[in-house]
Design a protein around this ligand. Structure first.
Ligand code: TYD
Ligand code: MG
Length: 451
């Protein structure tokens, strides 16, 4: 008879402890420990990956051509670094309803239509419901296997029996292993199922995608545990109400991270947005104060996007500040730079800063754009509509060079912009001929003189 014991897991990082603690010693989060009952097995824990028999010389190890399966969805292929790597395990995270199942069903359709064997395992929807969704997103010409099951053993057997090239587990939170007594979705279950899928994927050269819902704190249950176990982590971002969805690579053992894919949720599934800059700038107000266009490098791709700021005298004790799509603390910091170095009286003003289109940007190159949007709204003077802005701003008010200057300028020129406000240090480096008027600035004061 296997013995049961109680252990406690941190729901943030998956740290395991034999007693409850207020603060997790690993990730320092408070109140994250949850109780779980686990059955002790003789071997103790999940089996690890089958490894080679003995140590080998690196020169003797042969690599077959790193095989990639193109998904037929270019935006996804780019985020993955050129297609799905055979035998890899990937995690697709995101809020419920953002479109994870839809995207993966579309991938299954494309692969099935190109004569590859795929298996879609769902623990959330019935065959009937999946079929209804499949009918919305288009025709399936070839056979695709569907399986509705939540038991880990049954799933593993099904995969081993059918031997697909590509399998989807939708979602990790609904799957459970009989060996553990804790509920589906608990840290130990999520870990166990992921480890089992890792073995299935690597030992049989099957590419497996796991869907994971994120909690309201924005993380998949036991995120660190999952993220270090899988090869690739993709997150689906965006507001459920907004049309655009952004797929971001957070970890990728076979390619660069930071790449993004932009999609639009339509009546017939997710549609790729081929020119995000153009789409994001659609319907931009002309000659309005507080509106500027910035250029941010997302992976290898420059994306132009509008930042809007609204600064108005406050009627509250404490001025209100909000930031949507941009780091709130960064906005506060840049406002402090404007107060201290330029002397704008922002202390008595409410300030709202938004990024259009439901995008989230974190690149420091948008600093100068945020500063100029705030100043433009404060002074109520618009910035010429044919201008794009990029540059990093330091605490002393200096404007620092950013990488990828030429790529940014090229993208702006393609979309018909005529003037670019950029760090002086970048102007000195640029070698390409351009029709754009490049206005170099070396500090915030110089930039604000242009408004
Ligand atoms: P879904 O893929 O089920 O989300 P997740 O698996 O991440 O929870 O996305 C479902 C949402 O997308 C739902 O609100 C309906 C909408 N939708 C469309 O707008 N068009 C479509 O063609 C499909 C299939 C779904
Ligand atoms: Mg789903």
């Amino acid at each position: 008879m296997a013995k049961q014991k109680t252990v406690y897991f941190c729901s943030q990082c998956g740290h395991e402890s034999s007693k409850w603690m207020g603060q997790c010693p690993a990730c320092k989060q408070w109140n994250t420990f949850t109780e779980e009952k686990v059955t002790e097995t003789k071997k103790g824990g999940a089996k690890s990956l089958k490894t080679s028999a003995s140590p080998m010389n690196i020169s003797e190890v042969t690599v077959e051509n790193e095989e990639r399966i193109p998904t037929g969805i270019h935006e996804l292929d780019r985020v993955l670094g050129g297609g799905i790597v055979k035998g890899s395990l990937s995690l697709v995270g995101g809020d419920p309803g953002i479109g994870k199942s839809t995207l993966l069903l579309q991938v299954c359709r494309n692969l099935a239509n190109s004569k590859r064997k795929v298996l879609y395992i769902s623990g959330e929807e019935s065959m009937h419901q999946i079929k209804m969704r499949a009918e919305r997103i288009g025709t399936f010409e070839e056979e695709m296997l569907l399986y509705c099951e939540t038991d880990l053993d049954a799933i593993t057997n099904a995969i081993l029996k059918t031997k697909p090239e590509f399998a989807v587990i939708d979602s990790i939170q609904t799957m459970y292993s009989e060996d553990l007594s804790s509920a589906a979705g608990s840290v130990s279950q999520v870990r166990e199922v992921t480890a089992a899928m890792m073995r299935v994927a690597k030992e049989n050269n099957i590419a497996v995608f796991i869907v994971g819902h994120v909690t309201k704190e924005g993380v998949v249950a036991g995120p660190r545990t999952l993220e270090h176990m899988v090869d690739t982590v993709l997150y689906f971002e965006g507001e459920r109400e907004a049309a655009y969805r952004i797929l971001r690579g957070v970890k990728n053992r076979f390619g660069s991270t930071n790449e993004i894919g932009v999609f639009e949720m339509c009546n017939n599934g997710l549609v790729e947005v081929e020119n995000p800059s153009k789409t994001m700038l659609n319907g931009r107000p002309i000659d309005a104060s507080g509106s500027v266009v910035v250029c941010s490098m997302e992976g290898t791709r420059p994306i132009l996007i509008e930042i809007q700021a609204l600064v108005s005298p406050t009627s509250f004790q404490m001025p209100r500040r909000t930031a949507v799509g941009i780091d709130y603390n960064r906005v506060n910091l840049l406002m402090a730079v404007l107060e201290k170095r330029v002397g704008l009286q922002l202390g008595g003003c409410d300030a709202y800063v938004n990024l259009a289109g439901g995008m989230k940007l974190g690149e420091p190159a948008i600093d100068l754009g945020i500063i100029m949007a705030i100043a433009s709204s404060y002074k109520n003077r618009p910035i010429l509509e044919d201008t794009i802005i990029f540059g990093e701003v330091g605490l002393v008010g200096e404007v620092r060079a950013v990488s990828g200057g030429e790529a940014r300028i090229k993208e702006a020129q393609k979309l018909g912009f005529k003037r670019c406000i950029l760090p002086q240090a970048n102007v000195d480096q640029i070698k390409v001929q351009t029709d754009m008027r490049l206005v170099g600035v070396s500090n915030v004061m110089e930039a604000l003189d242009l408004i």
